[in-house]
Design a protein around this ligand. Structure first.
Ligand code: ADP
Length: 285
């Protein structure tokens, strides 16, 4: 090849590769636009679903209130005219009404968690934990358990009520899913770095079977380890939603008959951190 022909061949190669680069850049831009559009669509669908949850749970509350009212009247004034079997049936109705009320209340909480950062403020986690323990006082008394909190706790930037729900749910679960004849002890720990606050809620309970872990944070998922414990299967879905709303992640490590440790992070500046997908982590503490 002559020198001139060689230069011409090189020019052509540069031309085709820069052409290719331009085409790839164009494709990338189009893909990004499409992703943005899909993201928007998904957010709109989620909001619609949330609104539906809210309406349905709200509407269900009214008949439930009369169901509760009439069953109480029956229990209070007419129990004497019922047979033992009839009274047992009535007790079951009341227990189911309680359960349904719990479920509807959780659904209302879930549907009220709005994705966004507009209602955030500095929140003292020490105060938040005191409030959580106060809310859980009956469960603490009932289970004979105790809650131990780290002495160094930060002030985070977030939505106070949403974060309260996270601690109440995680600590409550640590107390509820206890091993028989083992006093439940729930420890709340903290460590932080420049970008995230990292918390953990560790218990000495029944542990979580590995097979259930991938659906743990989904709505209405209750696993085979729940024993007789009542619940709605919404607590961890609420936790996940709130944590993601604060630019963080939640995951669990657990060993059967040893206990579980739920970790979660909160972004120091929630608006600036891209939301990440909740990850599941393997066995072991
Ligand atoms: P609920 O407690 O109302 O059932 P959650 O969403 O809080 O709903 O929990 C879902 C399921 O995960 C529970 O039913 C239970 O099987 C399991 N689980 C949650 N937390 C714990 C825990 N700390 N230890 C053992 N199992 C747990």
């Amino acid at each position: 090849m002559t020198q001139v022909a060689g230069v011409a061949a090189m020019d052509a190669a540069v031309f085709t590769s820069s052409d290719r680069l331009r085409r790839l850049e164009k494709e990338l831009r189009a893909a990004r636009r499409e992703l943005k559009r899909k993201d928007k669509e998904l957010a709109a669908k989620e909001e619609e679903l949330q609104a539906l949850f809210y309406t349905v749970s709200h509407e269900l509350k009214t008949p439930l209130i009369s169901l509760r009212g009439f069953s109480s009247l029956l229990q209070e004034f007419h129990a004497g005219s019922l047979s033992q079997e009839g009274r047992n049936y009535l007790d079951r109705i009341v227990r189911n009404v309680d359960q349904m009320e719990q479920l509807i209340n959780s659904l209302l909480v879930f549907s009220r968690i709005r994705v966004g950062y507009e209602e955030m403020e500095p929140v003292d986690v020490k105060e938040l934990l005191e409030e959580s323990i106060w809310e859980l006082q009956y469960l603490i008394r009932e289970t004979g358990g105790r809650v131990e909190a780290a002495t160094e706790l930060p002030v985070v930037y977030g939505n106070r009520n949403q974060l309260l729900t996270v601690f109440v749910n995680l600590i409550g679960n640590g107390l509820k899913y206890a091993r028989q004849d083992v006093t439940p002890v729930v420890q709340v720990g903290y460590a932080g770095d420049e970008i995230f606050h990292k918390f953990w809620v560790r218990d000495n309970g029944v542990g979580i079977p590995p097979r259930g872990r991938e659906r743990l944070f989904k709505m209405f998922s209750r696993l085979g380890n729940k024993g007789g414990v009542e619940g709605s299967g919404l607590g961890l879905a609420i936790v996940k939603r709130v944590v993601e709303n604060h630019g963080g992640e939640v995951w669990v490590r657990s060993r059967r008959n040893v206990g579980s440790c739920f970790y979660f992070t909160l972004a120091r500046r929630p608006g600036r951190v891209t939301r990440t997908v909740t990850r599941e982590r393997g066995e072991g503490k």
